[in-house]
Design a binder for this molecule. Structure first.
Ligand SMILES: C[S@@+](CC[C@H](N)C(=O)[O-])C[C@H]1O[C@@H](n2cnc3c(N)ncnc32)[C@H](O)[C@@H]1O
Length: 460
């Protein structure tokens, strides 16, 4: 089905005609097509083979036939899947070309709202560590929410400027820059965005991207990788920026094997390979990505022998609330009991002193006098030892009421902590008080939608 025709800025269509002389007509026509809705499953939470059209370059990616009201699906709140446009999921193929035989420290420099970061958490191994950074403070909470719900415990969230990472020295094995851009590739999804577009604004984006690249490039180790992506077709923001970077520092460009039926365009300029997702060729939005490997030697970062901040020993430790406690370093921060991946303690302490870390570690409980109350984060995490809590499986109606922090009738065993779930996937904790229960779903994430008639579960 074709939507109504939009009018695109003349300077934009003119550039597209020059850039793609043979197919520009089709290109522009396809900008008026309906947008596909797609999701990426969190296979660690939701292990199923849906009867949906597959996204060919991502093993966990699927197209939905129509857009449901995701807010009315308890499993969306539980981090069982992420709504993401299909082209971006090519990150799986890019990551497949990264060859490092040791645990990786990965920086996602422009991370909010967390599409790439949640994907990276799925692609990385348990021994790796992800730093998800977002420079705009107001966009940090949604990044924390999405990563927390995704359930991995090997990530940190920071709110720092790219320059601060460059100043750290060559610390990271992989740097992902999903750069802020002129957004031409998303015009189809959001035609209003085209109103903001002008050649001048697109050029300003290119200048900003160069600054981001220049300021952060030094945080990549020799032999480490840069994944650079945008959602624009503008050469100044894509291949030309990478040609410019090549003059500043040494790297080789890595080719990504493609299947012809994917219809992804491979291009080469100045020895740099780039991958373009064009609207008339792929079922996805406009996207550009390139993978580079640093060839320059770098000096290892020296960590101080002593830190100003030390991890405080916890007063109490319900270690059995999590799986594999031996891999974790437990500590207490004010009244919260937390843990980080033990093997990354030096790097985490180092980052804690050098950048603005806003989330370091997973909170498993809150110390309240002699009690320890389990924290919501624990219910979301893949390391939760569910056997410790009474299980309570909710109906769809019950699950939506739970997510709305409402009271409803439930028959519960024992005056104790219960782990509420929907279709076996945890939603959060509640505590039985006999005639009623305390609902511990976080206020700030509560389901506010009162009209719940439009429920439609794509997995039924
Ligand atoms: C394309 S979006 C990132 C999308 C995200 N990677 C995802 O997959 O969900 C670009 C991000 O860069 C951030 N940003 C804006 N200006 C920036 C700057 N000067 N330096 C670094 N990041 C910036 C934006 O706030 C935005 O979150």
């Amino acid at each position: 089905m074709t939507a109504q025709k939009n009018t695109w800025p003349a300077a934009f269509t003119e550039r597209i005609r020059k850039q793609f002389p043979d197919t520009a007509g089709q290109f522009i026509e396809f900008l008026d097509q309906d947008v596909n809705v797609s999701i990426r499953l969190n296979a660690d939470k939701m292990n199923l083979q849906p009867r949906l059209a597959e996204i060919p370059w991502c093993t966990t990616g699927y197209f939905l036939p129509e857009r449901p009201v995701f807010a009315l699906d308890p499993l969306w709140h539980a981090g069982a899947y992420y709504v993401q446009e299909a082209s971006s999921m090519f990150l799986e193929q890019v990551f497949g070309q990264i060859r490092l035989d040791h645990p990786k420290l990965v920086l996602d420099l422009c991370a909010a709202p967390g599409g790439k970061s949640t994907h990276l958490n799925s692609l990385l191994g348990q021994a790796d560590l992800l730093v998800a950074n977002e420079v705009i403070r107001a966009r940090v909470p949604v990044l924390i929410e999405n990563l927390t719900k995704w359930g991995h415990t090997n990530f940190l969230v920071s709110n720092s400027d790219p320059r601060q990472f460059g100043e750290l020295g060559a610390l990271f094995d992989v740097l992902v820059i999903d750069a802020p851009c002129s957004g031409e590739g998303l015009f189809r999804r959001d035609p209003e965005a085209a109103l903001e577009w002008s050649p001048e604004n697109a050029n300003l984006c290119a200048v900003r991207q160069r600054r981001i690249l220049a300021e952060s490039w030094s945080c990549v180790k020799g032999g480490g990788y840069l994944v650079y992506s945008t959602c624009t077709f503008n050469p100044a923001e894509n291949e030309e920026n990478l040609s410019w970077l090549k003059k500043q520092g040494g790297f080789t460009s890595i080719r990504i094997p493609l299947r012809p039926d994917w219809n992804i365009e491979e291009m080469e300029q100045d020895g740099i390979w780039g991958y373009r997702f064009l609207p008339h060729k792929v079922q996805g939005e406009g996207f550009f990505v390139a993978l580079l490997r640093k060839t320059e030697e770098t000096n290892p970062v020296r960590f101080p022998r002593k830190y100003k901040t030390l991890l405080q020993k916890p007063v109490a430790l319900p270690q059995n609330w999590v799986l594999s406690p031996e891999t974790k370093k437990f500590f207490q921060h004010q009244d919260r009991l937390k843990f980080i991946p033990a093997d990354w303690e030096p790097e985490i302490l180092f980052l804690f002193e050098k950048i603005n870390l806003v989330k370091a570690g997973t909170t498993l409980g809150l110390v309240k006098k002699k009690d320890i109350l389990p924290e919501h984060e624990l219910s979301m995490c893949l390391d939760l030892n569910g056997a410790v809590f009474h299980p309570v499986e909710l109906s769809l109606e019950g699950a939506l009421k739970y997510l709305g922090r409402e009271q409803f009738n439930l028959s519960l065993e024992g005056n104790d902590w219960h782990l509420a779930s929907f279709r076996g996937i945890p939603l959060g904790f509640l505590k039985n008080l006999g005639t009623r229960f305390n609902n511990y779903y976080p206020k700030e994430w509560r389901l506010r939608m009162q009209d719940r008639k439009a429920v439609q579960l794509w997995y039924d």
